[in-house]
Design a protein. Sequence first.
Lengths: 344, 344
Amino acid sequence: MAATEPPRRPTQRDIARRAGVSTATVSYVLSGRRGGAKPPPQETRERVMRAVAEIGYQIDHSARSLRRRRTDLVGLMYPAPSSPWSDRLAEQMQAAAAERGLAVVALPVSESTPSDALLRVLRERYVDGAILLPDCPLGGAELSALARQGLSLVVFDDELRPDGFDVVRQDRARSCRAAVERLVALGHRRIGYLAHPGESEWAPARSVKLHGYRRVLGEHGIGVDPDLVRPVADSRPDAYAAVRELLGRPDPPTALLSATDRAAIDAIWAARDLGAAVPEELAVIGIGNIPEGLVISPALTTVGAPVLDFSREVARLFARLESASPLPDAVLAAPWELIVRESG
Amino acid sequence: MAATEPPRRPTQRDIARRAGVSTATVSYVLSGRRGGAKPPPQETRERVMRAVAEIGYQIDHSARSLRRRRTDLVGLMYPAPSSPWSDRLAEQMQAAAAERGLAVVALPVSESTPSDALLRVLRERYVDGAILLPDCPLGGAELSALARQGLSLVVFDDELRPDGFDVVRQDRARSCRAAVERLVALGHRRIGYLAHPGESEWAPARSVKLHGYRRVLGEHGIGVDPDLVRPVADSRPDAYAAVRELLGRPDPPTALLSATDRAAIDAIWAARDLGAAVPEELAVIGIGNIPEGLVISPALTTVGAPVLDFSREVARLFARLESASPLPDAVLAAPWELIVRESG
DNA sequence: CTGAAAGCGCTTACAG
DNA sequence: CTGAAAGCGCTTACAG
């Protein structure tokens, strides 16, 4: 048996030997293309393909990439956990990539382990290009440097200036403020906030939600009651418990803004279970606009992208990837909106 | 300006030239290791590192991989959409990988575009190893072939025999049947099933849920009413609408098994909104055991892994990866369980 | 202590 | 129509 045989992947030399041709011919047959010249004749192709099948040859990605100066891989980087948005984008990228024979890898960056290894995937050219969802740990200078080295990049960010890479603007801060404005306009004065865990320590550019909450309250002369700001994990019993607790206070909030739709949904459950009518006794507005917000009753008022579609952004990445000369920088507008439904 | 300058990544030759050393020395300095010999002296190291910083050099992944015969990349393949389970596994893999200086890429395979390009990531050695969650589109023969070529593989599958790769057994079929058994034992005769879209066309090995549902009903002499089997998309208004419709029938189901916890949760919402008491008037059991099942009230009875932890599986992948000689095949038991809470 | 050289597995202009 | 050869950017045994 071959049990202890050292694993060696067959190479094009093995194919060439077996088919009685040169490695050049093997390569021509496998790639199907060949400069300007005609492809090898049918007979030769068959001999090569037979050898490939018999040996079970698979091309070596590293060698091909080194030689061709491209990896045929694109990445999607996003802060973990995944969401319907990152899932959808991955799916759309994959469809577009498949048409071109490229593969897509997802690069979830965990809050807990902001792995340097993950950034190396971009820096060391594991991929030819990438789409970066908001709040990935890369600064403008670094992105420019990557772009200058030929990496194709489409970056979701509301502040960065494009510089060799494209930027997608969502105006998240504006629409988060609109949500708080709405609650204030509805007459609410005690407005709670379900924060991302650790959000209060984030850089300002990242904590647009908390920042907008504070700012709008301030503008209306409403002080921020720190007791009404609760960090809760995404989609966990935390939010439910926090809302139970908030509603049990002597001076409970009458409205809640939540950094995530999932926590907002948990909040609605909690309110319903406690017999607090939503939105009459507790108005709830989420952030993110995930599809589940449509299912709960009352339907979730939220802030987010109006449609679950990234065709433009995906098209832009591939346009950059395929363009012979560097494309001019683009700014794509994909603004978030306040989506008023029933809960607030 | 360098706007039209063709992007060229600097190489170790550029560093060598600038630092006045050979490329061998650059490589030694950068890698920090050097066969048995001592590393270059401090002064040389500094010169090299200075040149690296000034030029903004980043190593080329393809070239390094080709030479070292390893990519320092591991993959996590799973059927899209992502779930708390795939997220958690990605996070645990990433933590373990980061300790070793490796990166993790996620490989979500979409039902709609079962991309050949994605399989190439495994076949063509983009990665050194991978963990495959259940229902990835790779057969036993193919997995064995990949393993024989030296790919390290840990595969979640209830049927496959390990063969150069390790297998994690969850016994999903058994525990799905246990869920139906429970409903029958509770006296239910009209038991509906919220299926994965397209599940009835899946291969038997993949449709363990539907199959278990049918089989147990058959064993108890309960005919399967096709009207009670509804395909619904994961986490979408579908499930909510389907349950509304089912409960409006003249002969509504008194119990529901759902292929996903999310749809089960939607079902509970729908029942509550219609004033049907859960579990008294409609018992609901989900499959998957996602954390959200704990939040809804009544808490979701479900089937799934009892704890959100993949340390053993992750450790096993890295053991394979790091072992000089091929490890003997392992079968890890990580059985799903019926987790009885309140909803059914 | 350092560098010249070979070679990883491909691709591709080029010569025959 | 086909093959010999150079070279992509690294690493590493080896010679000096």
